[in-house]
Design a protein around this ligand. Structure first.
Ligand code: ATP
Length: 432
């Protein structure tokens, strides 16, 4: 396989199910990721159903515009598996019978004490001049056609067949053509908005033209993606990213909670372990999501003592000791209730930290004073409790998720002795 300096690469995912909501095309993302690892980028990614005319059009277009085409799916024995035939027609190359492949397919059936159905013979035909790629996990062999100008790779659709074949035959071939090295880094930020992050670091971009920066907003989290490419080897690409990363760290400081892929729950877990501190949480509108996320981290039993989902007022009173007079006076969604929940769970569990969350996740239940998305989060340490007021946008699940992000970031900042960011703090509450 001989590719040009910057080849046009196209992935075609074939299968009608991939155009339905029931089957996501994961193969293309996987292949793109592995190509990126080699500094190669995908120019086109097409999904086509099992329709001969549409597929022929897509394949002809790909042959016309791309140097490397990797197609997945449609290599099975049934009538709707038409990939071989369509490539044969588009390329003007015959399909030729390969008796070694047939023997392999027959062997697979024999191992399972079955006789091979006649229709599987179809899979023993490959494009003239192409190489068959052995499929250890299925009957459909892959096909590799390497010509002067184009390279065409056909792989089966099931990921457990495609991935090992891509790794065994295609990745090593492609790595021989690698000329560009790409290094990537993702910095994760909590409690700052996308525009705030952009305004803090955008003046750095012109100083590092060899780095691409993209800022991506996710619920409760902003990610800064840094990417550098180098023709002189990986260490140059790494150096380019490292220099910009250092400067971004100086600007954003501990607002960056991760640069190694860690999630917020892993970061707070590590800090709690390091400082030998423990935690208990009392959740209302998040319905246990915070406890669930915290306990997704292996080893969380070292610091997570107790999680209570207290949805009703009665549960808040009976389980957490929130006075009913307080609930009557201020309501369940109030800074006072959040604070009493955090203090209550901390006291009851004897943990170092207590978190209380109460809010309106929606879609109903909001009012002018207390809109959907209003969530009070309190962090208690000893007899002190800090309360934050947040109004999160988004649907019920997003509001719940963002609440857990904020709660964990509040704890993270406390563990690092930082002031809370991006919160309107309501610390001076009327005592109850
Ligand atoms: P086989 O004969 O082994 O089934 P095939 O090449 O004919 O191979 P398909 O029939 O196209 O494969 O797909 C079989 C299954 O593989 C699909 O039902 C789907 O579950 C999975 N699959 C196919 N393509 C993709 C894709 N792009 N991403 C994720 N899964 C896929």
């Amino acid at each position: 396989m001989k590719l040009s300096q910057k080849p046009k690469i196209e992935i075609i995912a074939i299968g009608s199910e991939l155009l339905s909501p029931f089957q996501e095309d994961t193969n293309s993302g996987y292949i793109a990721q592995r190509l990126n690892d080699l500094g190669m980028e995908v120019s086109f990614n097409t999904i086509v159903g099992d329709d001969r005319i549409n597929l022929l059009q897509a394949v002809k277009t790909a042959i016309h515009r791309s140097e490397l085409i990797i197609a997945t799916g449609g290599l099975g024995p049934t009538q709707d598996d038409i990939t071989r035939e369509v490539f044969s027609e588009a390329l003007g190359r015959k399909l030729v019978f390969n008796k070694d492949i047939l023997r392999e397919i027959e062997k697979r059936f024999k191992q399972r004490r079955l006789s091979m159905p006649e229709i599987n013979k179809k899979q023993a035909f490959i494009l003239e001049g192409a190489k068959a790629l052995k499929n250890k996990n299925g009957t459909a062999p892959g096909i590799l056609l390497d010509t002067e100008k184009k390279t065409i790779v056909l792989l089966p659709g099931p990921p457990h067949e495609l991935i090992p074949m891509f790794e065994e035959y295609i990745f090593p071939l492609l790595s021989k053509s690698q000329t560009i090295h790409i290094h990537r880094k993702v910095l994760k930020v909590a409690s700052l908005t996308e525009s705030k992050v952009e305004s803090l670091i955008s003046d750095l971009y012109p100083q590092y033209p060899e780095c691409e920066v993209s800022i991506l907003a996710y619920p409760g989290q902003i990610e800064i993606h840094l990417k550098s490419r180098s023709g002189t080897g990986m260490s140059q690409a790494e150096k380019n990213v490292f220099l910009l990363e250092e400067e971004i760290f100086q600007k954003l400081k501990e607002n960056i909670f991760s640069s190694t892929g860690e999630e917020l729950e892993e970061v707070v877990g590590r800090l709690l372990v390091d400082q030998k501190k423990t935690l208990a949480v009392a959740e209302s509108c998040t319905g246990g999501l915070l406890s669930s996320r915290l306990t997704n981290v292996p080893g969380s039993s070292n610091y997570f003592l107790l999680g209570v989902v207290a949805y009703s007022n009665q549960a808040k009173t009976n389980l957490l000791g929130v006075p009913s007079s307080l609930l009557e006076k201020h309501g369940a969604v109030s800074p006072q209730t959040a604070r009493a929940m955090a203090l209550g769970i901390r006291k009851m569990s004897k943990a170092d930290y207590g978190i209380g969350i109460t809010g309106i996740a929606g879609p109903s239940g909001g009012s002018a004073q207390k809109p959907v998305g209003l969530v009070y989060i309190s962090l208690a340490e000893g007899n002190r409790a800090e309360v934050t007021k947040n109004i999160f946008p988004g649907n019920r699940n997003i509001v719940k998720f963002q609440s857990t992000q904020k709660a964990m970031d509040l704890l993270r900042r406390s563990l690092l002795n930082l002031a809370p960011q991006g919160y309107s703090s309501t610390n001076n509450l009327e005592e109850t």
